[in-house]
Write a protein that binds this ligand. Structure first.
Ligand code: GCU
Length: 433
């Protein structure tokens, strides 16, 4: 092997381990290519889409393109239609009597003893009827989202993280409530919203195992070394979990299934967008710092690029997406079209000023360029927007695309949640309807 070949092999190996130095991101706005974005309102054959009647066909075309080229297909060989769920517990006196807590086992197939995800649900007490619910997956297990001692500790594989008490890929009591700053349950309950969450590793452990474990183990061709280019990756599996949660909400009379909001942070922000795009039962979608592969425009090549994400996380997207490494202009879409797939439902994009890796301006501009689809369907998208990023801490919430950039770094904070509740109050009628 020549020295340069050896170097490339080493670099790739290290990239696989997440060594960021191999990837040199650009944070230079003047270096952003001025590639034209593919119009969300033009059919693949060039026909302009100018009436609401034409939109469903264009929408279907885009969903197919995103499936085939980016997230991949994920169909369970066993139909998951008949959702089997079991309340592991339900307690009407949770959080000092302010909430009802349920923990629910939701099975992936009709087999009640087969693989399942555990849903943790808090619903406000004393309401007149079913309540709107925010649903978002968590990174470290349900027990990390709140100090409530009754929350079950996940038995699933977890990433080793001393901060959350995860050792030997097992979660522990030490992690209880450790991620609570990202999940202000009491604040949500006080404003009439329910909060539901599940551990994303229940669907697919987040490491590259050749698609053998998690949901992939249940699929036709599991473990094949030659997978089709459009076989679904981890994000497709997590998004399937969002849909499974929605199936459960439709069966719970205390939940208003017409007002379920999909939310996700970072890689799970990408997931929430894909779940919302493919499952129109979600009434609203929130992308928190979702960045590359989420709300940020890929063609800008600012911060994380397609090459960077596919190199460090080869299991997130389908194999075909890797053909766009350093080749963004060949993509038949860009991420503004993913946002447009929510239309006319409200969608909220949030950035953080110091989170340059996720390209705040690219996330914002995707909202700007998704807006014509909202306008076509009769509702304004991003209102009050110009070419420039809005000032830090000045949310845009008048239209059905919301946006803010807050101070600080990559995180899901109380400030973000307060804005999401404001936006839901405004566009979904909050808890009063
Ligand atoms: C990495 C990755 C991002 C992702 C983030 C996260 O930074 O490069 O694409 O959003 O992890 O999920 O926290």
């Amino acid at each position: 092997m020549t020295t340069s070949a050896l170097f490339i092999v080493l670099a790739l190996l290290m990239a696989g381990q997440g060594f960021a130095w191999v990837i040199q991101p650009s944070y230079d706005e003047s270096a952003v290519p001025d590639d034209e974005l593919p119009g969300p309102l033009v059919m693949a054959d060039g026909t302009p889409v100018s009436t609401t009647e034409q939109w469903p066909a264009r929408r279907a075309e885009l969903v197919e393109q995103f499936t085939e080229q980016m997230f991949g297909r994920l169909e369970l060989s066993t139909p998951g239609e008949a959702v089997v769920s079991e309340w592991l517990e339900s307690d009407g006196r949770a959080l000092d009597g302010r909430a009802t807590r349920r923990q629910v086992r939701v099975c992936f197939t009709e087999d009640p003893d087969g693989p399942a995800m555990e849903l943790l649900v808090y619903l406000p007490n004393g309401t007149d009827g079913p309540v709107p619910v925010f649903f978002g997956m968590n990174f470290d297990g349900n027990h990390t989202v709140h100090a409530d001692p009754a929350i079950r500790i996940t038995q699933a594989w977890v990433r080793n993280r001393a901060e959350v008490g995860a050792v030997d890929h097992r979660a522990s009591e030490e992690g209880r409530g450790v991620m609570a700053s990202r999940w202000p349950v009491e604040a949500l309950i006080a404003r009439g919203y329910g909060l539901a969450t599940a551990y994303y590793g229940d669907l697919d452990p987040d490491f590259d195992d050749g698609f053998r474990n998690g949901l992939h183990a249940l699929l036709d061709g599991a473990g094949d070394t030659q997978r089709p280019g459009d076989a679904g990756g981890a994000i497709a599996a997590w998004a399937w979990g969002y849909r499974l949660a929605m199936d459960y909400f439709e069966s719970d009379p205390a939940v208003d299934a017409q007002r379920v909001i999909a939310i996700g942070h970072s890689r799970l922000g990408k997931t929430a967008l894909w779940a919302g795009a493919t499952d129109e039962r979600f009434a609203m979608v929130v992308s928190n710092n979702s960045g590359c592969g989420g709300a940020a425009l890929s063609r800008r090549r600012f911060g994380e690029t397609i090459y960077a994400i596919n190199t460090r996380f080869p299991h997130w997207f389908c194999a075909s997406f890797h053909t766009y490494n350093d080749n963004e202009s060949a993509l038949p879409f860009d991420q503004h079209a993913l946002l447009a797939l929510m239309a006319p439902r409200p969608v909220y994009i949030a950035s953080a000023a110091d989170d340059r890796w996720a390209d705040p301006r690219g996330e914002y501009l995707a909202g700007v360029h998704a807006s014509p689809v909202y306008a076509l369907l009769g509702d304004p998208g991003l209102v009050g927007a110009g070419d420039h990023l809005p000032a830090v801490g000045t949310p845009l919430q008048d239209g059905r695309i919301g946006y803010h950039v807050r101070t600080g770094g990559h995180d899901l904070t109380r400030y973000d949640w307060d804005r999401y509740m404001d936006f839901a109050d405004r566009h979904l009628g909050g808890s009063d309807e």
